[in-house]
Design a protein around this ligand. Structure first.
Ligand code: SF4
Length: 214
């Protein structure tokens, strides 16, 4: 199977089985998504979703969060990983939104990455989820699943994986492919023991074919 065939196989499979794939983070607007994505680093979406309703009720927009004190926000997010840093990042992010972006979330990667707590991955998530821009956020699931299937070859960093994925996925599918790969990694192609026996990608998966041969 050529690499192009492999991509087509994956696209066909997910188009049929997960046509509506989307983020599992709960949000109502770009500001809420940005808060949730910052909190989700090294943390499960489930835990983030338990926490964000309290934040959103108390700090519904950038203006209110920008005025929050550390001691007000920290207790709300203390059950999330890295609460110290994330508290500072969220307040700093909101302050910069107010100061530089009129309180609105910018939808350009190069502007988003100026915000505290926002790296390339987060900026790619925001722009692809909110605006369907062809930006691929590569987290640990996307990185692992893409390598196993053979969508990426010898990618050493998330950026290398991202560059390979956006080269081969059709532009209009990139925002969706991100969710396909994340959800597949979360529930089927899990880190330690991938559930190959129940996976519909067997025929297109390099890892599975190599395992069969051995
Ligand atoms: S066949 Fe196995 S390794 Fe390949 S994508 Fe499916 S679960 Fe992952």
């Amino acid at each position: 199977m050529t690499r192009k065939d492999r991509y087509q196989f994956v696209i066909d499979y997910f188009s049929e089985h997960a046509p509506e794939a989307e983020t599992e983070l709960l949000y109502d607007n770009p500001f809420q998504l940005l808060v949730a994505v910052i909190l989700s680093a090294q943390c499960t979406d489930k835990r983030v979703n338990l926490t964000t309703p309290v934040i959103f009720a108390k700090f519904p927009d950038a203006e209110s969060l920008a005025k929050a004190t550390f001691d007000e926000l920290f207790p709300i997010i203390k059950s999330i990983s890295y609460p110290n840093n994330k508290t500072k990042h969220l307040i700093g992010m909101a302050q910069m939104l107010v100061a530089d972006f009129n309180g609105e979330v910018p939808l350009k990667v190069e502007e988003l990455i100026k915000l505290p707590g926002v790296g390339r991955k987060t900026a790619n998530v925001i722009t692809s989820v909110i605006d369907e821009q062809p930006n691929m956020a590569v987290d640990t699931h996307v990185f692992r699943v893409s390598a196993r299937i053979g969508l990426t070859l010898q990618a050493k960093t998330p950026l290398q994986a991202e560059q390979q994925l956006i080269k081969f996925f059709p532009k209009e599918l990139i925002h969706k492919a991100h969710h396909w790969l994340i959800l597949h990694g979360r529930y089927v192609c899990v880190a330690r023991s991938p559930k190959c026996e129940i996976c519909g990608l067997q025929q297109g998966c390099k890892y599975f074919q190599a395992t069969l041969k051995n």
